[in-house]
Write a protein that binds this ligand. Structure first.
Ligand SMILES: C[S@@+](CC[C@H](N)C(=O)[O-])C[C@H]1O[C@@H](n2cnc3c(N)ncnc32)[C@H](O)[C@@H]1O
Length: 211
């Protein structure tokens, strides 16, 4: 990221603006330029299914459901959280399956992925639950190998642990994705143009296509 974008990101994070973002009135803990990127990816890649780890208030799941609905996609949104705090407006959306549990639980991944049609449209997987490196690594080990060629992966909040925010965080998503890629060369294709498109992102080194 260019220095002005890094400064913007620090300001956006430190002032807690990211905690006050809403989608259709439901809290959504995101950077708007990432949301626009997700919209372009979901539309541009013909994405039909979304799996999100970390639901919190359900705003991001509602956003993804709206994108699928408006593009006429055949699929649904699966959003996993072991302690969600769902807004009733998101909880009521018929296109979202909110699943309570650990996002690194193989049984949950199997239940979701084994239930998809064999000829399914591409899937968009976004990791946004516990940001400790060990947990993100468990998620990557579980989910990434089971993606299909052409599916899309976003690892959110790689910016913590000083990249450039929350230097006090300790190893986080950035350290997890770097280690995963080193151990699984060729599995994921980085999408640096997508990452760079709007200058600032919460998902530095976080945009990938499954090879
Ligand atoms: C950053 S919030 C998700 C924000 C949401 N995706 C959004 O953009 O509005 C992270 C969520 O992950 C959940 N979480 C933390 N550890 C988890 C785990 N091991 N399994 C599932 N969810 C977890 C927390 O309960 C919290 O609600």
């Amino acid at each position: 990221m260019h220095p002005p974008a890094l400064e913007y990101l620090k300001w956006y994070h430190q002032t807690n603006v990211w905690k006050q973002v809403t989608w259709r009135g439901v809290r959504t803990l995101k950077l708007p330029s990432d949301m626009w990127n997700y919209q372009e990816i979901i539309t541009g890649h013909g994405v039909g299914w979304v799996v999100e780890t970390g639901s919190r208030h359900g705003g991001s799941a509602l956003y993804f459901a709206d994108l699928l609905r408006n593009s006429g996609a055949p699929g649904r949104v699966f959003s996993i959280d072991f302690r969600p705090a769902l807004d009733p407006r998101a909880a009521a959306d018929p296109l979202i399956d909110f699943i309570t549990g650990d996002s690194a639980d193989p049984a949950i991944a199997a239940r979701i992925l084994d239930g998809l049609p064999a000829d399914r449209a591409p899937l968009f997987l976004i990791l946004d639950s516990d940001h400790a490196a060990a947990h993100v690594r468990r998620e990557l080990d579980l989910w990434a190998p089971r993606l299909r060629s052409g599916d899309y992966l976003v690892v959110e909040d790689t910016v913590v642990n000083g990249h450039p925010v929350r230097p006090d965080h300790g190893p986080g998503p950035m350290e997890a994705i770097r280690a995963f890629r080193a151990d699984n060369p060729g599995l994921l294709i980085a999408d640096p143009a997508r990452e760079a498109k709007f200058g600032a992102t919460f998902a530095r080194e976080g945009y990938y296509l499954r090879a």
